[in-house]
Design a protein around this ligand. Structure first.
Ligand code: SF4
Ligand code: SF4
Length: 171
């Protein structure tokens, strides 16, 4: 299913993302400082901020990750999704997947073929692990994820809000 890429995006989310892009250099500097500071409770701070932000943030107003990012699809995802779609794994791979430059399975095209017009996921509950975990701000390895987080903040407004909370608390 193809959606026009900028539909259903709330203006406030656009402003958050534009603010991040405009100030990316400062964010990079602050993250560098955060790494040097190396707070022992970093994962817990991120987890708390993640839970607080996603209590109110509605991903259905956004769906940018489903439109612009290709999740890595692992073998267990293939088995689960092909079962859900009642096709065999080989047909699932042929129909939906390609191998990317890192040798991983990803969707052949984006927006994701399972994204519906109302931004809902057609296979929600069975969706790939990478989708379930995105934007990874509740990871237990946030120190090693800070560079990736900087990239995710270009796509995910919730990640920007979470990062702002952390920087406000620590720096
Ligand atoms: S996880 Fe981030 S990018 Fe994906 S829909 Fe939610 S706010 Fe948007
Ligand atoms: S499988 Fe669902 S959650 Fe994952 S990218 Fe597609 S629509 Fe989004």
């Amino acid at each position: 299913m193809i959606l026009s890429t900028m539909v259903n995006h709330s203006p406030s989310q656009e402003i958050i993302l534009q603010g991040f892009k405009k100030n990316k250099h400062q964010y990079r500097q602050k993250l560098k400082f955060l790494k040097q500071k190396n707070p022992s409770n970093l994962d817990m701070l991120f987890l708390n901020a993640h839970e607080e932000v996603f209590k109110t943030f509605d991903c259905l107003d956004c769906a940018r990750c489903c439109k612009f990012l290709g999740p890595r699809i692992i073998q267990r995802d293939i088995l689960r999704l092909s079962k859900e779609l009642k096709i065999n794994s080989r047909d699932f791979i042929l129909q939906y997947l390609r191998i990317d430059e890192d040798g991983d399975y990803v969707f052949k095209s984006m927006p994701c073929p399972f994204l519906m017009d109302d931004n809902c996921c057609m296979v929600y509950g069975k969706h790939p692990k990478a989708c379930q975990d995105y934007p990874h701000t509740d990871s237990r390895k946030m120190k090693s994820r800070l560079n990736a987080l900087l990239k995710d903040c270009e796509i995910c407004p919730a990640a920007v809000i979470i990062l702002d909370k952390i920087l406000g608390e620590i720096l």
